[in-house]
Write a protein that binds this ligand. Structure first.
Ligand code: IVH
Length: 685
């Protein structure tokens, strides 16, 4: 035997060395990023990494996707693909008060018929929900939560997060494992990132959550790789071939054993007292924790009990988030302005001295209406306490009269605006039984006109691309558009005379207007902006009447024969069509060329799915809820939110909850995705 290795032997040696380098680097990453206790010096680590890189340069055929060198790679994407989740990613109900937690525990005990319940408890991470998919131990895909049913494929970005293993630590990895958890940025990393951003003259991030969200949604993974993100797992999704696990806490231990990061603050507790003690305990540690949390989460520990309790709509009955009180801060009301909405509602808005609260700078807060102002006695010049929690809009909690000047007087909305709409000068009226004051100007009022046009053009209405807020402001202010019909008279010359409107964009708008003319009756009815007529009611009306004249001439009684249309909605519709101005605008719109396919009306009784009512529940394996709904509606069926005796079919997917139970009790026909598709296919014949 000579001392020189043959080529196959060299490759074999390289393979072995590469494997042991993978193993070593994985182990060091785990110690550093998951356990937070570095096991080697930086220079030793760099040495191992460089050795691996040079071996891979010499033996490119030995580069595997789970190699530590392959975390960052590829070029920027054009957009993220959308992904249907195998199992829906649901949300949690919230509790703020101890009484709400007590009620939760009571519901759980009664639901299970037991005296005391064991709970798995953990922090509520303030980041972004993510699902990771591992096949045979290898990371294959990761996605955002999206609407809970479909999310975005952010695999390349997730690969750059070193706390997320590319290979699970196991001799017998499961065939499939979905891990649910939260991507976030540690407080110290956030501060460092912002210092770096500042030094470069780049924009600062408002809080760790926004920094994490912004980083994860980068189309270029090379940018994400430079952002210090981390991850904590808090649950399992779909799986195949995992060991028998009977509790949530055991599931977390299993994930920890696979070297996934799980919270070290997790615990199991007994009963309500255990929950409340845990809440207080974590509340005390909150400031010192390395990451932001906005509460704690309680989960019934036994998986069999979880299954027994099931789900209500989008949240489990077996879990709840106990949120920390929203942060409050003091500031001053510099002025109270009013805004005029689409239906003329006059809304008072407090202009605040800018104040940083709940992770953002707040400058405005709605005061809703006079009743709200009276209740809180908010006055101009007052020192007020402002609150903001999570994604919730900021609100004035209370005013502090002790800081008030002696000359201050209560704020009276109607007096402040002299009973006149601040935009159009029309009379402002407040009906006895309503808390809102309204401008009586209707579409004469530019503010209402602007809102009406924006609604008309919106995606679910006439879907006129490019007709946004800035353009509508200009069109109305320049008196180019008085009625909805006027927008169809706009031409390229007029549009390009507007500020910041190049000829190309003007042409795009004209094209979009042209395209929008071909529509559906339902969209048109919705676009008119009749009070109390939302998208669903518009669809009901279109289906019931089939053509516009029939709807326009219907009286109260006939209107109420439409499914789901009651006296209030019928009255709004009648009032709308009785207004001569509205009929005139409709006439002009039709003359401008807006059209749709007429139907016989009451198509509720024709066609294979005509007249049939469906309820969707749970997650279908392939179809998103929106897609299933559209398909059913296209076939003449109707989709409702809740199950009743009138429901014809319940389409049930994975994790269907109370609606499924109700359907079973009422003996309603059940369909799975396949059966639904078969039914749709039949109805198309
Ligand atoms: S469990 C079916 N556990 O809170 C239960 N969620 O409102 C699914 N979150 O979208 C969620 N920390 O992003 C769970 N320890 C935790 C959590 C947690 C944060 C987030 C999660 C979810 C939202 C629910």
């Amino acid at each position: 035997m000579s001392g020189i290795a043959t080529i196959p032997e060299q490759i074999e040696l390289a393979r072995q060395r590469i494997n042991s380098l993978h193993e070593a680097i994985r182990q060091h990453d785990y110690s550093y990023y998951v356990l937070d206790t570095p096991s080697v010096s930086d220079s030793e680590y760099d040495g191992l990494f460089r050795e691996l890189q040079s071996l891979e340069t010499n033996f490119p055929e030995l580069i595997s996707t789970d190699s530590p060198t392959q975390r960052v790679g590829g070029t920027a994407l054009k957009g993220f693909d959308s992904i249907s989740h195998r199992q829906a990613m649901l949300s949690l109900n919230n509790a703020f008060e101890e009484s709400e937690v007590a009620a939760f525990d009571k519901r759980v005990r009664e639901g299970l018929g037991v005296d005391s319940v064991e709970y798995g408890v953990e922090p509520k991470f303030d980041g972004l929900a993510i699902t990771l998919t591992y096949e045979h131990g290898l990371f294959v895909q990761g996605a955002t939560r999206g609407d809970g049913y479909t999310g975005e494929d952010v695999s390349l970005n997730l690969r750059t997060i070193r706390a997320i293993p590319m290979r699970l630590h196991s001799d017998k990895p499961p065939a499939l494992l979905e891990v649910r958890g939260e991507v976030l940025m540690l407080k110290r990393d956030f501060e460092r990132l912002n210092r770096e951003q500042e030094a470069r003259g780049d924009k600062l991030f408002v809080n760790p959550r926004n920094a994490a969200a912004g980083s994860l949604r980068q189309l270029d993974p090379n940018i994400t790789a430079k952002r210090p993100l981390t991850f904590f797992a808090y649950g399992l999704g779909a799986s195949e071939g995992i060991p028998v696990i009977t509790t949530h806490s055991a599931a977390m231990d299993y994930l920890a054993a696979l070297h996934l990061p799980v919270s070290s603050q997790r615990a199991t507790v007994q009963g309500l007292q255990g929950l409340l003690d845990y809440y207080r305990n974590i509340g005390q540690q909150r400031e010192k924790l390395p990451f932001d949390i906005d509460g704690v989460v309680y989960k019934v520990n036994a998986l069999s009990q979880q299954a027994e309790l099931g789900f209500v709509s989008r949240a489990p009955r077996w879990a709840i988030a106990h949120k920390f009180p929203a942060q409050e801060a003091l500031t001053v009301v510099e002025a109270i302005d009013v805004q005029v909405g689409r239906t003329g509602a006059i809304t008072p808005v407090a202009r605040l001295k800018p104040v940083f609260v709940g992770g953002v700078t707040v400058t405005n807060a709605t005061l809703h209406n006079q009743d709200e102002i009276d209740r809180k006695d908010v006055r101009v010049g007052d020192t007020v306490s402002v609150r903001r929690a999570g994604d919730v809009i900021p609100e004035v909690v209370r005013s502090l009269p002790e800081f008030r000047a002696a000359t201050s007087s209560p704020y009276k909305l109607l007096a402040a605006i002299g009973q006149q709409c601040p935009v159009c000068g029309s009379h402002v009226v407040k009906l006895e039984d309503e808390s809102v004051a309204r401008c009586s100007g209707g579409l004469f009022c530019p503010a209402q006109r602007k809102q009406a046009i924006l609604h008309f053009a919106s995606r679910r209405a006439m879907d006129i691309e490019g007709l946004g807020e800035k353009l509508v402001d200009q069109l109305v202010d320049a008196q180019l558009v008085h009625t909805l019909a006027d927008i169809y008279q706009l031409d390229v010359v007029t549009l390009s005379s507007l500020e910041r409107m190049a000829e190309k964009s003007a042409q795009n708008i004209v094209d979009a207007l042209q395209i929008s003319k071909k529509t559906t009756l339902a969209r048109f009815i919705y676009a008119l902006g009749i009070r109390n007529v939302g998208e669903t009611t518009a669809k009901d009306l279109a289906r019931h009447f089939g053509n516009l004249p029939a709807l326009q001439t219907a009286d109260l009684q006939i209107l109420q024969q439409t499914p789901d249309v009651g006296p209030v909605v019928a009255e709004s519709i009648l009032q709308f069509f009785n207004e001569p101005h509205n009929s005139e605008v409709i006439k002009q719109l039709i003359q401008a060329g807006i059209s749709w396919e007429e139907s016989e009306g009451k198509s509720t009784t024709s066609g294979a799915l005509g007249g049939k009512t469906f309820v969707l529940t749970g997650t279908l394996p392939n179809l998103s809820r929106e897609a299933a709904k559209e398909m059913i509606e296209a076939a003449g069926g109707k989709v409702n939110g809740s199950v009743s005796k009138k429901t014809d079919f319940v389409v049930a997917g994975a994790e269907a909850g109370s609606k499924l139970e109700k359907a079973q009790t009422l003996g309603i026909a059940l369909l799975d995705e396949q059966a639904l598709l078969a039914l749709l296919a039949d109805s198309a014949l």
